[in-house]
Design a protein around this ligand. Structure first.
Ligand SMILES: Nc1ccn([C@@H]2O[C@H](COP(=O)(O)OP(=O)(O)OP(=O)(O)O)[C@@H](O)[C@H]2O)c(=O)n1
Ligand SMILES: C[C@](O)(CO)[C@H](O)COP(=O)(O)O
Length: 286
């Protein structure tokens, strides 16, 4: 795999964020980091889930299109592994995703891949107060509304995550404990206080970079999301919750593709409607 692709991040388009969503705040780059460097061990490592077609288009194309279409987003960085690099690049070229500035090689874990993207942004000279939305490339149906709310909430907090209230009661367990080596329940939090994390997870660049820098020496730290890095390493930093949706599902196992096929037509309608609204707004502004 090539290193970072030749697309350049630091060009004028990094500061072209739409006036409509930023009237109350100075114009800063809004960068979507789309993570697509996973190996799909729970899905099928021989058939990368990022590239599987849902409603005739690869999962990664759905995810990238959401940010390409979002007027608030100025730049996209895609994190890839050697197995998917060429195919992802092909998708970007074929679909003309013009906001994609770079394909960055990922790491062994999701957190390593996030760090690779943050390092790349730092080397590119991104400002401290840039807004960064970190998204699982295998959550294809993130909506225009969720993206807009993620960008807006960063005017009031430095960190936020998309999440949905849990409808099940969540059990906190100690894995593989006792003689029988099975998990044992150790706490049952109030359901009203439990949410299921989704993505995007959204941060001011300086905040998430600081949190990951502090976590860097902790070798055993294996966070499954970016919010945990803030909670553990910047505990005084409030993390807001942006309302997610069940349609913003993550493709994890094979059965999720059938679910995704049922959501895809609805997601397509939502995106078409958003495109029409943007076009109408542009006409009205002329
Ligand atoms: N080293 C990694 C691991 C994960 N991811 C990305 O993080 C997101 C969420 O991860 P997950 O669903 O766990 O994907 P995989 O790691 O591919 O799956 P598995 O855990 O089953 O191997 C995915 O978009 C995945 O591509 C990544 O960029 N780099
Ligand atoms: C970030 C995430 O999608 C929030 O639900 C999730 O934690 C990713 O976990 P995975 O183990 O990488 O699937």
């Amino acid at each position: 795999m090539k290193g970072v692709s030749s697309r350049s991040l630091c060009d004028a388009s990094m500061v072209t964020m739409s006036e409509s969503t930023t009237s109350s705040s100075p114009t800063v780059p809004v960068v979507a980091i789309v993570l697509a460097a996973g190996f799909g061990t729970r899905f099928d490592p021989k058939n990368p889930k990022q590239l599987v077609s849902v409603d005739d288009r690869p999962v990664i194309a759905w995810s990238l299109e959401a940010f390409e279409d979002a007027p608030e987003v100025t730049d996209i960085v895609v994190v890839v592994n050697p197995t998917v690099y060429e195919a992802v690049e092909g998708v970007i070229d074929e679909r003309g995703f013009a906001k994609v500035r770079a394909l960055v090689p990922g790491g062994e874990t999701r957190a390593d891949s996030t760090v690779a993207a943050l390092d790349f942004l730092a080397q590119s000279g991104i400002p401290h107060d840039a807004k960064v939305l970190i998204h699982d490339g295998v959550r294809p149906f993130v909506s225009p509304k969720i993206i807009g709310e993620c960008v807006a909430v960063l005017d009031s907090v430095n960190a936020a995550t998309v999440a949905v209230p849990s409808t099940d009661t969540i059990l906190l367990a100690t894995p593989d404990e006792g003689d029988d080596k099975t998990p044992k329940v150790r706490a049952v939090p109030d359901r009203a206080a439990t949410f299921r994390a989704q993505t995007p997870q959204c941060f001011r660049f300086g905040t998430i970079r600081d949190a990951y820098n502090r976590a860097a020496d902790d070798e055993g730290f294996r966070p499954t999301d970016d919010t945990r890095v803030i909670i553990d390493y910047l505990p005084d930093e409030p993390v807001a919750i942006v309302q997610g949706s069940d349609d913003n599902m993550k493709i994890t196992v094979q059965g999720d593709i059938d679910v995704a096929e049922t959501i895809a037509p609805r997601a397509r309608r939502v995106r078409n409607l958003a495109r029409k609204r943007i076009a109408q707004q542009m006409l009205a502004d002329m």
